[in-house]
Design a protein around this ligand. Structure first.
Ligand code: SAH
Ligand code: SF4
Length: 401
């Protein structure tokens, strides 16, 4: 097959499933969290802050929110009482509400968060010896319906706003006691957009939220410490590289059309070859910044030696600066797959390593609190297989441009 970028059928901008907008707060106040500097400045002028002061006030607001972790406008100590009162009448800092906080025996923490309109999403902190990684959600539910993923069984309820995405990071910092924001010795050092949802189907909000996370005056995390994972929304990948610029992870999971169509159904729209061509063209990918291919190990489904050899062939064919992350399947109530045996996973990993490509096996974290990859789900509904099939059909229909 030709290695050039193939034309993509249909319109270039994927149509997102119709969704409910985030509802405004009952008290009519606006959250300052998640607003860019320009948006804060404009919002301040709108409520009567003199234009001449607006830039300075904006910097103060950002400092109190992202450097000091202030929860209330009343805490903005170097702003006069009159100005604070004015701000207080129109704004809140804004944090998602924590419904439950759980800690795994391995130290992983999971928070179930509730937003203004009552919708919920989960967010997970994974501590390691040399780093601490926060796994952030981008949607309530997911636009897609990968068959091995618990989130994929949920309806897509809505996209998260920039405030709700940044809010997850702020909340983790609150819980870890990481204010004021210090450069050295932080526990939360890395962010992965690998929670609930497909981030590239919520492109603008994810981009705007990560801009604040990466801003030196915002949360100050380097783009090298942030990874965005997509299941393969090909038309948005170049923009992700250009406009967000973080590390890319791709949920490949299978090397044949037949199997990938089955387990990652968006493959029926954007196939493997298109996806790999988009990876080869990903802005910023290099040997120093490799693309991670995630590969969930499903017993007797995608875990044969031939699959590993084919994976190596494909990575070479597209000359991809790649590493492979092998993820033992994490089961959930009602899942139809089994985890590959440890022996199988090792053999698969060795084949890839022997070809000179790094292929570590991801150690499952937080399984006891359902916090591991693919186990996140914010509603406890019990659904029948027929309802699952109905949802899958409905979701797939919504991807048609
Ligand atoms: N929606 C994005 C990011 C979230 S999921 C994406 O799909 O890439 C993070 C990773 O966990 C993805 O590679 C996903 O395919 C994988 N995953 C989903 N369900 C899983 C499960 N049950 N066991 C192991 N990994 C799973
Ligand atoms: Fe959505 Fe990712 Fe789960 Fe697929 S694996 S259903 S894209 S969250």
């Amino acid at each position: 097959m030709d290695t050039e970028l193939m034309p993509i059928a249909g319109a270039v901008d994927p149509k997102v499933t119709p969704r409910k907008p985030a509802t405004p707060r009952a008290d009519g106040k606006r959250s300052l969290l998640g607003l860019s500097r320009d948006e804060v400045r404009a919002a301040l002028i709108e409520v009567g802050i003199p234009e001449k002061q607006a830039r300075m006030r904006m910097q103060q607001v950002w400092h109190w929110i992202y450097h000091r972790g202030a929860l209330e406008i009343g805490d903005f100590a170097n702003i006069s009482k009159d100005t604070r009162d004015l701000l207080d009448r129109h704004f809140v800092v804004g944090r998602p509400e924590v419904v439950t906080a759980q800690v795994s025996t391995d130290g992983t923490r999971k928070w179930l968060l509730r937003f203004e309109d009552g919708e919920e999403a989960e967010c997970v902190f994974i501590p390691d010896a040399d780093r601490g990684t926060l796994c952030v959600s981008s949607q309530v539910g997911c636009t897609l319906n990968c068959r091995f993923c618990f989130t994929g069984t949920m309806k897509l309820v809505r996209n998260l706003t920039p405030a709700e995405i940044v809010g997850q990071v702020m909340l983790a910092r609150d819980a870890l006691g990481e204010w004021p924001s210090a450069e050295e010795g932080r526990m939360l050092t890395n962010i992965v957009m690998m929670g609930m949802g497909e981030p590239l189907y919520n492109f603008d909000n994810v981009r705007d939220a990560l801009a604040i996370v990466m801003d030196g005056e915002g949360l100050g995390l380097s783009k090298r410490r942030i990874t965005l994972s997509t299941s393969g929304v090909v038309p948005m990948m170049a923009r992700a590289g250009d406009e967000i610029g973080v590390n890319l992870a791709v949920s490949l999971h299978a090397v044949t059309k037949e199997i990938r169509d089955e387990i990652v159904p968006i493959n029926k729209k954007y196939g493997i070859e298109e996806l790999l061509a988009a990876c080869a063209a990903y802005p910023g990918a290099s040997n120093a910044r490799r693309i991670t291919f995630e590969y969930v190990m499903l017993k007797d489904k995608n875990d044969r030696d031939e699959d590993a050899y084919e994976l190596v062939r494909l990575i070479r064919k597209y000359k991809l600066p790649a590493k492979v992350n092998l993820i033992p399947f994490n089961p959930w109530p009602g899942s139809i797959y089994e985890t590959s045996t440890g022996e199988r996973v090792n053999a698969f990993s060795n084949i890839i390593f022997e070809a000179g490509i790094s292929a570590p096996i991801r150690r499952p974290r937080g399984r006891d609190i359902m916090a591991a990859c693919g186990q996140l789900k914010s509603s406890s509904e019990k659904i029948t297989r027929a309802e699952l099939d109905r949802r899958a059909t409905e979701k797939e229909a919504s991807w048609v441009d």
